[in-house]
Design a protein around this ligand. Structure first.
Ligand code: URA
Length: 434
């Protein structure tokens, strides 16, 4: 078999066999197939697509490229959640301890920011001392003893995805439904998840801009889980405007802490509760949403979810003084609130522009592996559909560089669009795929 023939077959719209996919992924992981051939192949897949069978074979080949965790020794059922990536998406910081506080242990491997989307590990590292680099043994031990873990993907799990993902990021081949589905599911399945809640984002600030694409991605991932003998549910959620108000690492940690204390923005709180409900149902703790909701509400109200977050921070070396007093978390030198330039209904807050602006401020990376500034970011003060009076606070920029502050201000003003007529608020969700 030759890599070039497999590339040509896909380029011409052919369906690859399991043997061809295994050959390609194994060869690429070992380094026998070079990046330029893998890039050409990824582009052919992006342009010609893959059948569900090919996508499942690709997922299995990527799982087989590395270790697999068997969590059945440490928890009765291993549950996991995954977001396809968004702006202001700090859901894991709330949902993980909340679900764990309801008696369902959660061990999660998360990622770093990607493009204009934020990453859970970057957010948690705003807390001084917090260590995301756990070995597989440490991960399993903490899951058993503490019931909550939040770590980075180890290099041993689905290494083919790690390599291919980095290549796709710089070759314009991220936005392919089969490549995204196999990338996400190979990581989740290799990490031992038996039940997975997928938060599939759609809209301006998501990789899947349109609802139909997001729905296809959701169906494909749920099907892959089923074929692999696992359970999955996908929520289709809105990502046209940022989730909650805060975008930027320490700012998002503060917002998650406020939510764990029972406050936080209404849209973000509700989003977390909906994701957490599905985890409790898949994990067998609640029969349905109506049974799950009071369990979650009481874990928030009586402080158990918050205590579980503290357990997580403590177990991974984070300094509790910073989460107990979030005002101590990294703070930018320049904080400027920009007033609304006019009165009117907010018609849009372009999530992708907000995410890109956060990256310009330093909250994300423009180059792989670059350091980030945990303090900087953006707080929006309104959501789509609200009426805003001219001169009232519209957004606040947290910056450490005066030029970037000015540029962010311009971009964020353009990100807000207005209407004289009443505008419907955006929905939080567009449906559930089971
Ligand atoms: N998240 C992933 O893990 N992989 C993708 O391909 C896209 C988003």
């Amino acid at each position: 078999m030759r890599a070039v023939d497999i590339i040509i077959k896909k380029r011409d719209g052919g369906e690859l066999t399991k043997e061809e996919i295994d050959f390609f992924i194994q060869g690429y992981t070992r380094g026998d197939i070079p990046d330029y051939q893998a890039a050409a192949w990824a582009m052919a897949v992006l342009l010609k697509g893959m059948t569900p069978q090919e996508t499942t074979d690709l997922t299995l080949a990527m799982i087989a490229s590395g270790d697999r965790l068997d969590l059945s020794q440490v928890v009765p059922i291993a549950v996991d959640k995954h977001s396809t990536g968004g702006v202001g998406d700090k859901t894991t910081l709330v949902v993980e301890p909340l679900v764990s506080a309801c008696g369902l242990p959660v061990g999660k491997m998360s990622g770093r920011g990607l493009g204009f989307t934020g990453g859970t590990l970057d957010k948690m590292e705003s807390i001084p001392g917090f260590n995301c680099h756990l070995s597989e043994e440490q991960f399993m031990r903490q899951l058993k003893e503490v019931g909550v873990v939040l770590a980075g993907q180890t290099a041993e799990l689905a290494p083919a995805d790690g390599k291919l993902y980095a290549l796709r990021d710089v070759t314009g081949t991220v936005e392919s439904i089969p490549l995204i589905a196999s990338s996400i599911m190979s990581k989740k399945l290799a990490a031992g998840a038996q039940a997975i809640v997928l938060d599939v984002k759609t809209g301006l600030g998501a990789f899947m801009r349109d609802l139909e694409g997001a729905r296809s991605l959701a169906h494909l991932m749920v099907d892959i889980a089923r074929l692999a003998g696992r359970k999955a549910v996908a929520l289709l959620s809105d990502m046209n405007q940022p989730l909650g108000f805060a975008v930027g690492n320490a700012l998002e940690v503060k917002e998650a802490i406020a939510t764990l204390h029972g406050g936080g923005p209404a849209d973000f709180r509700e989003h977390c509760l909906k994701v957490a409900e599905q985890l409790l149902i898949l994990g067998g703790v609640a029969a349905d949403e109506a049974a799950a909701r009071p369990l979650l509400a009481s874990a928030l109200a009586d402080g158990r979810a918050w205590e579980r977050f503290r357990d997580l921070v403590r177990a991974q070396g984070g300094d509790l003084a910073y989460v107990d007093d979030p005002a101590r978390l990294p703070r930018a030198a320049l904080i400027e609130t920009v007033p609304a330039p006019r009165s009117g209904y907010l018609a849009g807050i372009h999530a992708r522009v907000v995410g890109e602006t956060a990256v310009i401020l330093g909250a994300g990376r423009e180059k792989k592996g670059a350091p980030i500034d945990h303090a900087v970011g953006i707080e929006i003060h309104h959501k789509v559909g609200e009426f805003v009076e001219q001169g009232s606070p519209l957004f606040t920029i947290h910056a450490n560089d005066p030029d970037r502050l000015v540029e962010a201000g311009k971009r964020l003003l353009e990100a807000h669009t207005w209407s004289d007529e009443a505008v419907e608020p955006l929905p939080l969700f567009y449906g559930v795929v089971r």
